[in-house]
Every structure is written in structure tokens, then in C-alpha cells.
Design a protein around this ligand. Structure first.
Ligand code: HEM
Length: 371
């Protein structure tokens, strides 16, 4: 499917969705506090050698030809919507309304990794899910998750170094192996990720993929107690592998075609699994997985029943900034989180300007950044 190919189940427009679900932005104060670290990071006040969101976004852009108006990463995707049904089980962990409200409307986006909005689905190793949940107290929870179980590097500097090392060499059109080897020597944690990318089976659908938040967040309950948590969306649809031979044959847009076919048969579901850190678990390094036997709580079930193209869809002009969080969930000191927030804002501002929705960066975000 390309940007303009309608999915079978399209109906809602962005304004229709917002009319149905827009609520007073009473959570803005909390959002502003959470955004402060990201703002400082954007301005270059944090990050030692002045690695800024601008430079990181420039590096993402240098990874391929320009695609004005599209996200600088995860450029190809579709808008989805549905509801999150709380199990009530997470209310003891966090006071966020989403864990007690029976049903919360969700506006999401399913995507693939990479910066080509028209790239072949079967070439993308990473699949992704982004969600915006708006509760009846006016607060928002935005999250963007990936199919990998841990991140490639521990720091924004490592991510920038990877982007520079994998830039195509003008002579060969491919990354320079010597630069890649130097990157791996400096950031040895990336070897673990490369091993995952080489060996983990590929799923054959967005619907049967598990999406992992990877970064740790602090959950605070109504009684004031708090703990660090990582979350994942665990599919109820059984995993089915896509072999290397099937990847060769797959249609360029097989993921959205499969999604439309599945949605025509009924809603798709994922369980929101919260994994709780034990003392000593790394909470500021998303490249380090926690041991598998950490206590888990199923906070509820995500049910998606609708998909439509991102062109003109309600997810296009959204920024799934991982630091837009409701009361009861806060970011950790993970430096990747602050960098993500700042870089997503850069990417959002650039793509909105390109489609003629330009605003001065300081004012941007009435919808895209909510701050
Ligand atoms: C320093 C590290 C990272 C950088 C610089 C980065 C950069 C970006 C950028 C520029 C976008 C496009 C934003 C937009 O225009 O709206 C994006 C989207 C996305 N990122 Fe990241 N990212 C990082 C780490 C991560 C991690 C750790 C995850 C999840 C585990 C993640 C998941 C996603 C997803 C799912 C999207 C698509 C969101 C959507 O559908 O709008 N990213 N990223």
C-alpha cells in the first residue's frame, strides 16, 4: 500500500476524531514539567559536546533521499484507532486514570522502521506501534514502541554515532565497513542488538507482533509508592513467522494489506504487560534488558478496529512524544528519553512546515506536541 491507497475500513477524518475525543487539556502543567528536560536537551544545554536535536535530525535525514512532509524515522505507516480496556490491575502501581477508566479511546499508528515512506515492508526489520490515549480527566499518554526487545545503544551519542557510521559511502552507496567496525568497538552494546536483528524470527503481520516500550518509566500510585516499569503490547494473535523466502516474494505493502484483511474480520487485540524493576535493574539504559522473571501485571487490553492511510489521516499531524505522560507515570533519567522527545519535536516541526502547517518552533505543538 502507498500513502494514497485507501484501506478497506477508512472512515474517520482527523477533525471527526478530534471532535469525538478532544477533551480539555488539563494535564498540560504536568506535561510542561516533563518536557523541561527535553527542552534543555534541544537547546544543547545537556549533552556535553553539544549534540543537539537538530544535529541528530540532520543525521537521520542524511540516511537517504529527502521525503518532505514525512516523519524522519518510521516514515511509512498507517493510522489506527480503537479503545484501551483497563483490567484494573495496574491501579495499585500508578494513579494514572487510564488504569481505572473502563475504556479509553486510542488514536495510534502502525509503522515500519526507516526513513522511506514508500519502502518495501519486507525490507524493514523493525515494526512499530505508537499510541495516544486520552482519558476523561483531560490527560494524555503518548507512547511509541518497537518490535525489538532492547535498544541498540545506551546513549544519544551512541545513536548519533550509529547514524554517522551507517551513512551510505558516496563511492559505493553502502555504509563503510571500517566506520561500522569502529562504531561497534566504541559502543559494544550494539553487538547484542545486531545479533537480535540477525537471528530473531520475523513476524508476518503487524497484528501478531509484540511491541516493546524499552525505556523505563516511574509509576507512582495514589498511596505515594513508586517503582520503575517497562511496558509491552503483547499480541493476542498467535505469532506466525515470515521466512526469508517469503520476504523475497512479499508485496511491498503486505503489512497494510494484511491489516485491512484482518480488520475486516474483526478487531485486533494486544495485552498491555507491565514489567516491574527489581532493585539494581538498569532503569536509565534501554540497551540492557531486565531478567525475564520480573513480576508482570496485565494492565488491560488494546483493541484496534479501524485503520486508514496516514495521508490525511488523524495520526499524520501527531507527535508521539514519549514524554507526554499523565500524572502517575513519569520519565526516568534515561538520556534516550529526553533525546527522543527533542528529536521527535524537530522532526514534527520540519514535516509540518513542509506540508504548509508551519509554526514557529516555540509555538509548535498545539496538537503535535501538546505543550
Ligand atoms: C535517540 C534515540 C531515538 C531517536 C533519535 C529517534 C528518532 C525518531 C524520529 C525523528 C521519529 C519521527 C518523529 C515524528 O516525526 O513524529 C521517530 C519515530 C518513532 N520512534 Fe524513535 N527515535 C529514537 C529511539 C526510539 C526508541 C527507543 C523507540 C522505541 C522503543 C522508538 C520508537 C519510535 C516509533 C514507534 C516511532 C514512530 C512514531 C509514530 O508513528 O509517529 N524510537 N523516532
Amino acid at each position: 500500500m502507498t500513502q494514497n491507497t485507501p484501506l478497506a475500513v477508512a472512515s474517520a477524518t482527523p477533525s471527526a476524531w478530534l471532535r469525538r475525543h478532544a477533551l480539555p487539556l488539563t494535564g498540560i502543567g504536568a506535561i510542561a514539567a516533563l518536557a523541561a528536560a527535553a527542552f534543555a536537551w534541544t537547546a544543547g544545554w545537556i549533552g556535553g559536546d553539544r549534540l543537539t536535536a537538530q544535529r541528530m535530525t540532520d543525521t537521520l535525514e542524511a540516511g537517504g533521499p529527502p521525503h518532505p512532509g514525512f516523519r524522519r524515522a518510521h516514515s511509512k505507516g498507517v493510522c489506527v484507532s480503537g479503545v484501551f480496556r483497563s483490567s484494573g490491575q495496574a491501579a495499585a502501581l500508578s494513579s494514572a486514570r487510564v488504569f481505572t477508566q473502563a475504556q479509553t479511546p486510542v488514536l495510534g499508528r502502525l509503522s515500519i522502521g526507516g526513513g522511506d515512506p514508500h519502502g518495501a515492508d519486507a525490507k524493514a526489520r523493525v515494526r512499530s506501534m505508537a499510541l495516544l490515549l486520552r482519558t476523561d480527566d483531560g490527560q494524555q499518554w503518548r507512547t511509541a514502541m518497537n518490535s525489538f526487545p532492547f535498544f541498540v545503544v545506551a546513549t544519544p551519542e551512541g545513536f548519533q554515532a550509529q547514524g554517522l557510521a551507517s551513512r551510505p559511502d558516496p563511492a559505493t552507496g553502502k555504509p563503510d565497513p571500517a566506520r561500522m567496525a569502529a562504531f561497534l568497538q566504541r559502543y559494544p552494546e550494539a553487538a547484542k542488538f545486531q545479533q537480535w536483528a540477525k537471528t530473531a524470527p520475523w513476524s508476518n503481520s503487524w497484528a501478531n507482533t509484540r511491541y516493546n516500550g524499552v525505556n523505563a518509566f516511574r509509576f507512582t500510585a495514589a498511596d505515594g509508592s513508586s517503582r520503575f516499569v517497562r511496558w509491552s503490547m503483547r499480541p493476542q494473535a498467535p505469532f506466525e513467522a515470515l521466512s526469508a523466502a517469503q520476504r523475497e516474494m512479499a508485496d511491498a505493502d503486505f503489512l497494510s494489506e494484511d491489516l485491512a484483511a484482518r480488520l475486516a474480520r474483526g478487531p485486533l487485540r494486544w495485552d498491555l504487560v507491565l514489567s516491574i524493576a527489581a532493585p539494581g535493574d538498569p532503569v536509565d539504559d534501554p540497551s540492557q534488558p531486565w531478567p525475564a522473571q520480573r513480576p508482570e501485571v496485565v494492565a488491560g487490553t488494546l483493541e484496534l478496529d479501524h485503520a486508514e492511510p496516514q495521508a490525511g489521516g488523524p495520526c499524520r499531524d501527531l507527535n508521539y512524544d514519549p514524554l507526554i505522560l499523565p500524572t502517575g507515570i513519569a520519565g526516568s533519567n534515561d538520556p534516550i528519553l529526553a533525546a527522543r522527545s527533542a528529536v521527535y519535536s524537530q522532526s514534527f516541526n520540519r514535516r509540518e512546515r513542509e506540508i504548509g502547517h508551519g509554526r514557529a518552533p516555540a509555538a509548535a505543538g498545539a496538537d503535535g506536541g501538546a505543550r
